[in-house]
Design a protein around this ligand. Structure first.
Ligand SMILES: Cc1cc2nc3c(=O)[nH]c(=O)nc-3n(C[C@H](O)[C@H](O)[C@H](O)COP(=O)(O)O)c2cc1C
Length: 382
């Protein structure tokens, strides 16, 4: 059941506005921005919202349930929390806050390799239910070690990423000199001074670190050395040669995130992958690319009975989740929506955002006369 949410923030947009006021500009812009001119970012939401649904008002209605099965697990809603890097920069402890809220609401939480809590801690907070997203390490030894840690933490699903063959070109982050830990230029110091709650919380929790990667990082790296370490340690471009050993090693479900073409969906099936997330990284990689709702429809129709097809990028509400599901997604994920929630409301932000989305989605289902989440496609106006 959806729990109560704070009625002062009844939309993701309200949370976004509040987050903008609460956290320093460099952190907000890192979260909020797309890439280049933000065309893909804006297209994701606007084209998703072109999808229209048909209600059946006179049909018998026996109640609507958000419960959705994925990979043999029954979740309480058809949406989960997408992996987001550097979460502690937006709000201290935010990955822990979200992992806990996801566990309490029985929805999936995906931990990023480059966020600020570890695989082991995420697993502890979710009693082994957190998924893990792996950035591909250049060295086999490191890859095997991280995968073994995810398996030891009883992580049910490993997510690998194909849409970061190069770093996205993000003018705001370049202007802000974004780095980890944040670069304390005069400009950034002034921004922090203007956000006393954020500064106090950050002081209380200490400087955020890449917790999963600590065992592999030389101590005392300065900023420049840290950037070099990341570049040398991970290579984003995936191919068959890199995916095969992961498939052989990983006994749980394996998901490929970042699929935006039929070609990649077909390759994924050939490589024995269990699910794909049709995603363009929330519009942060290819500004000239399509919105995700466009390839979703064709990919789901063609391959939906061979592989679990999920979707993210641009979803900001219950009706958006319904639109994606009606267009063929079996499950959906959101990145920014949850981070706006935590940046706006701190430790209450996880529960608030999930409750809000559940309430909105329940309303849409009852309005449509859609009893089960798998029935959304029956309501799509083609
Ligand atoms: C600030 C930020 C950092 C992200 N970091 C990662 C990451 O480390 N790994 C990853 O697989 N995806 C990452 N993503 C992409 C998200 O997992 C997801 O695909 C995207 O946020 C979905 O779009 P939405 O924000 O419109 O919901 C990041 C997204 C944002 C906004």
């Amino acid at each position: 059941m959806a729990r109560k949410f704070d009625t002062r923030y009844p939309s993701i947009d309200d949370l976004r506005s509040r987050a903008q006021k609460k956290i320093p500009k460099f952190a907000f812009e890192y979260l909020d921005g797309g890439c280049n001119e933000d065309v893909n970012l804006l297209r994701n939401t606007s084209e998703l919202r072109d999808v229209q649904l048909r209600p059946n008002y006179l049909k018998a209605h026996n109640g609507s349930s958000l419960k959705t099965k994925l990979f043999g697990i029954e979740y309480d809603a058809p949406f989960g929390i997408a992996p987001v890097g550097l979460q502690g920069l937006m709000w201290p402890n935010s990955p822990e806050i979200l992992a806990k809220a996801a566990f309490e609401h029985n929805i999936p939480f995906i931990l990023s390799t480059v966020t600020t809590t570890s695989i082991e801690r995420a697993s502890e907070l979710t009693e082994g239910k957190a998924w893990f997203q792996l950035y591909h390490p250049t060295e086999d030894r490191l890859r095997d070690d991280i995968i073994n840690r995810a398996a030891a933490a009883e992580c049910p699903v490993l997510v690998i990423l194909c849409d970061v063959p190069t770093f996205g070109f993000r003018p705001r982050d370049i202007r802000n000199g974004l780095a980890m830990p944040p670069k304390m230029s005069l400009n950034n110091i002034l921004q922090v001074l203007g956000k006393p709650n954020w500064a106090l919380e950050t002081l209380k929790h200490g400087q955020p670190n890449f917790e999963t990667l600590i065992p592999y990082m030389p101590k005392g790296l300065d900023l420049k050395q840290l950037g070099k370490f990341m570049d040398q340690t991970f290579s984003g471009r995936l191919n068959e040669e890199k995916i095969k050993p992961i498939r052989d090693m990983w006994k749980g479900k394996l998901v490929l995130k970042g699929v935006a073409s039929e070609y990649d969906a077909e390759e994924a099936i050939g490589l024995g992958i269990d699910g794909i997330i049709v995603s363009n990284h929330g519009g942060r990689q290819l500004d000239a690319g399509q919105s995700t709702i466009k390839p979703l429809a064709t990919i789901a129709e063609k391959y939906g009975d061979q592989i679990e097809v999920m979707m993210d990028s641009g979803i900001r509400s219950g009706p958006d989740v319904a639109r994606a599901m009606a267009s063929g997604a079996k499950f959906t994920f959101m990145g920014r929506s949850f981070m706006y929630g935590v940046s706006a409301l701190g430790k209450k932000g996880g529960n608030h955002t999930i409750s809000l989305l559940k309430t909105e989605l329940q309303q849409v289902m009852e309005q449509l006369c859609c009893e089960n989440t798998k029935d959304f496609p029956n309501h799509l106006i083609k």
